[in-house]
Design a binder for this molecule. Structure first.
Ligand SMILES: *Cc1c(COP(=O)(O)O)cnc(C)c1O
Length: 392
């Protein structure tokens, strides 16, 4: 049998155009909802913000949802709600987008990195327990790739000490852990509405919580630290407002929330299609011992924001595999460079290689394969063919 020549060596790529790793899904009803709001009286904080927050709270089964301008703003608001201050330590996973840890620094807290479990790359509850000190105020867990962390195990070491948990659930809307929905797993749960995520408002974010006081604090925080917003003042006919703390302009607007309302309805279908794509990948990669998908625990519903594999081979480096797959027009990526290896963190906190051996070893073998609801079965075949072509 003649061997297919890799595109990187001059062969034909498996497909003529680049398949991205993720992509938004926008229908006519999404467009109509935005246009309708543009014709209404409210462009910024108006009735659509309330309506979206109520719908999001109901979807996740939380008492409160607070919508903000990005997932990063959501993390910042959550850290603020917990009153993290200089001198406080917050334990965080290194296997995440930098924003998860940056939010701690925004409030003057100190990020403390805990290593991950080797099979799931989720924060390891035993490593978290080992990093707790009298200064520890919170843990930021990330439901990496869309798989919820082991919150019962995390709570066992944190709850008795009054340490709170933030779930950075930016990958995991529509997922579940032991029958509980993502959005209710931690004291505060944060979501991103960026176009590569399950649903989008262009840019946007949400925090869910069952704690009314946290919700109120975050509503003030997103509006400069001011106690009433413009719309509430219009309703009461008053001019009076007070700034009670230093906040930010982290508001989301009404046409974004109009989009959020229609997008939210599509999350179950998006998650179902992502799970279907993952199942097909799993089946095909079972025949290729050099491709190891991340382990999925039996007690979760995985939301599959990302489909991550590790390449178990000495014949090609991750950099070579990445280049070869890109040459085949497969839009592979790497999620993530562990946060403690970023130059800023190395300089500011003195972190670096050797500190977290499990996440560092995983990172060296990690590749993100395309997964998004509009991917066709032919697209899945292209990815599988490109990986098989490597013959490593
Ligand atoms: C996307 C993402 C964020 C940041 O969200 P933005 O909306 O881009 O600010 C934070 N944490 C994780 C894990 C993410 O995937």
């Amino acid at each position: 049998m003649s061997r297919d020549v890799l595109a990187i060596n001059g062969g034909d790529p498996v497909r003529p155009t680049l398949l991205p790793y993720g992509r938004q899904h926008i229908d006519e009803d999404d467009i109509a909802a935005v246009v309708e709001t543009l014709r209404s009286d409210w462009l910024t904080t108006g009735p659509k913000v309330d309506e979206f927050e109520r719908a999001f709270a109901a979807f996740t089964g939380s008492a409160h949802a607070v919508a903000v301008s990005s997932g990063t703003a959501a993390l910042h608001a959550a850290v603020y709600a917990l009153n993290i201050q200089p001198g406080d330590e917050v334990i965080v996973t290194p296997m995440t987008f930098a924003a998860s840890a940056n939010a701690i620094l925004y409030q003057g807290g100190t990020p403390v990195f805990a290593d991950v479990q080797p099979d799931t790359l989720l924060i390891d509850p035993e490593q978290v327990a080992a990093k707790i000190t009298p200064k520890t105020k919170a843990v930021i867990a990330v439901d990496y790739a869309g798989q919820p962390c082991d919150y019962d195990a995390l709570r066992a070491s944190t709850e008795p000490r009054g340490i709170k948990i933030i779930d950075d659930a930016c990958h995991a809307i529509g997922g579940a852990y032991r029958g509980r929905t993502v959005g209710t797993l931690a004291d505060l749960n944060t979501f991103s509405l960026h176009p590569v995520k399950h649903m989008t408002t262009g840019e946007g974010g949400v925090i869910t919580t069952n704690d009314a006081e946290y919700a109120q604090r975050m509503r003030i925080f997103r509006n400069h630290g001011i106690t009433t917003d413009h719309r509430q003042r219009a309703q009461t006919g008053g001019f009076f407002y007070e700034m009670v703390d230093l906040g930010f302009n982290y508001r989301i607007n009404d046409f974004q929330c109009a989009l959020g309302i229609t997008q939210l309805k599509k999350v179950p279908a998006s998650v179902a299609r992502r799970q279907e794509i993952a199942r097909r990948y799993d089946e095909r990669f079972a025949e290729m011992p050099y491709v190891q998908p991340l382990h999925v625990r039996a007690d979760v519903a995985h939301a599959y924001h990302l489909y991550m594999v590790q390449f178990e081979t000495e014949r090609m480096s991750r950099a070579e595999i990445f280049k070869a797959l890109r040459a085949e027009n497969i839009g592979v990526n790497v999620h993530y460079i562990p946060v403690h290896l970023h130059p800023y963190y190395q300089k500011r906190l003195g972190t670096g290689r050797g500190m977290l051996p499990i996440v560092e070893a995983a990172y060296d073998r990690l590749i993100t394969l395309p997964i998004f609801p509009d991917m066709s079965d032919a697209d899945i075949d292209d990815v599988v063919r490109a990986v098989r072509k490597l013959e490593i």
